[in-house]
Design a protein around this ligand. Structure first.
Ligand code: MEV
Length: 348
């Protein structure tokens, strides 16, 4: 990962005399992939942007050795004790699925700390789940930072990123590191598997509407679908990979120049490639067409596809019109703004 070591700061009011703090809250942003999803899994570059929707993790010490977990937005709660899981709210399977990655986060941080402490972790997120906005990576990064700060483990952002990626592997299987990277570091990033993260200096406003189709989907399933298609039509897909790379290279310049028109065109072409891979669906196409008809400069699916979310780029004065069109077409839209802040400690 081509990053310098950036340390997670502690709020100045925190006491450093005791071994640990009593409670810490941390947060991390969701993301949109502007260009290059799926192709990134095969080593091509992608451009990803952190947005102003965040996941929060509040961690407190327990007197016993249990790990108690609660998700406010998903209405789930459960407890791990000596390797056993007991659900306290919601379905056992769903709770276990959501909480296993957080258990791993705790174990990894405690490995560094050198001792097992009992913890209460409460997660709350404003990011739609299973929608392509990286909610699980944002939760993992926030939880890693909060547990680390609570136990006073000096953690670099690089360490938070690594641990969040381990957690993401449980959620989605082994894929690219793009989601945990952007949740940890924030900003607009160029990401490639072999070179890692390179921050892009984007001064221009990138006015986006995100439209949620309401269709939940699994990243793992969509990635497997693309793998099958690639195995079957490898020479065709290889040409698409090359086209996806060119789109990203052109988009880097367009982002630096604030050239929204070119960015919109490139988003449309990128979406056509994703359709070719078979990861768009009817729910996405409705919203994308509605956005284009309402004057968006470009629109595409974002993330793994198969439902989830689309993004539309529009001049600021057209945003409302595009947002309303997406709503009329059955989507749940919101205006997304770029955020430069990755994972951060909110309070102690
Ligand atoms: C998921 O947000 C993006 C994908 O490219 C998968 C990945 O990169 O891990 C579909």
């Amino acid at each position: 990962m081509a990053t310098t070591q950036v340390w997670l700061g502690m709020p100045p009011c925190a006491s450093r005399n005791s071994d640990v703090y009593m409670g810490v809250t941390a947060s991390a942003p969701a993301k949109v992939i502007l260009f290059g999803e799926h192709f990134v899994v095969y080593g091509e570059p992608a451009i990803v942007m952190a947005i102003d929707k965040r996941a929060y993790a509040k961690v407190e010490l327990r007197q016993d050795k249990r790990l108690y977990l609660r998700s406010v937005n998903l209405n789930l709660a459960g407890c791990f004790e000596t390797g056993f899981f007991k659900v306290e709210q919601g379905g056992t399977k769903e709770a276990r699925l959501k909480f296993e990655p957080l258990k791993l986060v705790v174990e990894k941080v405690q490995e560094i700390y050198g001792e097992n402490a009992g913890l209460d972790i409460e997660v709350n997120s404003t990011v739609p789940v299973a929608a392509g906005l990286g909610s699980s990576a944002a939760v993992a990064a926030a939880a890693t930072a909060a547990v680390g700060a609570l136990l006073k483990v000096k953690m670099s952002k690089e360490a938070v990123f690594r641990i969040s990626y381990e957690a993401e592997k449980i959620v989605h299987g082994a894929q690219s590191e793009v989601d945990p990277a952007v949740s940890t570091f924030g900003g607009t990033l160029l990401f490639q598997m072999d070179t890692g993260v390179r921050p892009l200096d984007v001064k221009a406003d990138v006015p986006l509407v995100v439209g949620y189709t309401g269709v939940k989907r699994s990243t793992r399933v969509q990635v497997a679908k693309v793998r099958d298609t690639r195995n079957k039509y490898s020479r065709v897909i290889d040409h698409m990979m090359k086209a996806a790379r060119e789109i990203v290279l052109r988009a880097i310049d367009a982002l630096k120049d604030g050239d929204l028109e070119t960015l919109g065109d490139l988003m449309n072409i990128n979406h056509a490639l994703l359709c070719g891979l078979g990861v768009s669906d009817e729910s996405l196409e409705w919203l994308i067409n509605a956005a284009r008809k309402a004057g968006a400069l470009g629109a595409k699916l974002t993330g793994a596809g198969g439902g989830g979310c689309m993004i539309a780029l529009a001049e600021n004065e057209r945003l409302k019109q595009v947002l309303e069109a997406i709503q009329r077409a059955g989507g749940s839209p919101f205006i997304a703004r770029k955020t430069d802040e990755g994972v951060r400690i909110e309070g102690i």
